[in-house]
Design a protein around this ligand. Structure first.
Ligand SMILES: Cc1cc2nc3c(=O)[nH]c(=O)nc-3n(C[C@H](O)[C@H](O)[C@H](O)COP(=O)(O)OP(=O)(O)OC[C@H]3O[C@@H](n4cnc5c(N)ncnc54)[C@H](O)[C@@H]3O)c2cc1C
Length: 233
């Protein structure tokens, strides 16, 4: 149910890489959401401190988790990024939502998730929802793109999911790895052809160029538009 802006507390703040943080806020009692949706944080506008401004962040927790969690990339001189840099556990935060339609379909189909960077935020929720909560038995795949080794996060969690669910597998590919990297290299779009399945539902989340290129490649490969779910930021 959509709620107007309400105040809650920052439950935790954890650094995942040099510029990605995992935030958890206490879930207000009347804030219910579907896994994959996003919320907005409201805070004083640094350009006009008499006014509030807001930033959208995808929820990476699942709807029955105690806290509402986010994975946020801190960009240089970003208003939202600077606000989040200064937040400490126990601080009051103001959020509104939930918003968005990046949610699972009612019917179980094979799932292919494609994410770059913090675009994995809503997708990690959808993975946990489909595998742990709904007990999906059809194939669930994740193609996850990051830049270099220093940007790697969440793989422990993905490995745990893989160990627990034989129908889940993922590939992490680095677009700019060091010479020492022996894993998969290149962009997620380089590997899409291996994941074409006309029955599957595709969930794409990441920067706009990757998301648009991926959507186009899938459509050119005969995937129906209604099977492609798209979030870009
Ligand atoms: C539906 C939706 C869901 C979103 N979910 C998430 C999420 O889960 N996690 C998340 O981190 N963000 C998410 N975003 C993006 C987020 O809302 C902000 O736009 C982003 O964090 C930058 O905000 P900022 O206030 O720090 O920077 P701004 O003050 O908006 O921008 C400051 C400067 O940073 C530059 N900049 C902005 N974004 C980037 C970037 N990614 N890399 C480098 N430079 C940049 C701008 O060009 C500008 O020069 C989402 C956006 C939408 C619309």
């Amino acid at each position: 149910m959509k709620t107007k802006a309400q105040k809650t507390k920052l439950a935790f703040k954890k650094l995942m890489t040099a510029d990605v943080v995992n935030l958890g806020v206490e879930r207000p009692e009347n804030f219910t959401y579907k896994t994959g949706q996003f919320a907005e944080f409201l805070f004083l506008d640094p350009k006009n401190p008499k006014k509030k401004t807001k930033r959208a962040y995808s929820i990476c927790s699942v709807s029955n988790d105690k806290n509402i969690e986010f994975l946020i990339k801190l960009v240089p001189n970003g208003a939202g990024s600077d606000y989040i840099r200064k937040l400490n556990e126990g601080n009051t935060v103001e959020i509104s939502g939930p918003y968005g339609h990046f949610i699972l379909e009612d019917k179980e189909e094979p799932l292919v998730f494609i994410a770059t960077g913090v675009g994995v935020a809503p997708i990690i929720g959808l993975l946990r929802e489909s595998l742990n909560n709904l007990g999906y038995k059809k194939d669930v795949r994740l193609l996850f793109g990051l830049r270099g080794e220093e940007d790697i996060f969440l793989v422990d969690h993905l490995d745990e999911l893989k160990e627990k669910h034989s129908n889940f597998d993922y590939v992490l590919t680095l677009s700019r790895p060091s010479d020492k990297w022996t894993g998969t290299k290149g962009r997620v779009t380089d590997y899409l052809s291996k994941y074409i399945d006309k029955k599957a539902h595709y969930y794409i989340c990441g920067n706009i160029d990757m998301a648009s290129d991926t959507k186009k490649t899938l459509e050119d490969s005969g995937i129906k538009e209604e099977n492609i779910h798209f979030e870009a930021f």
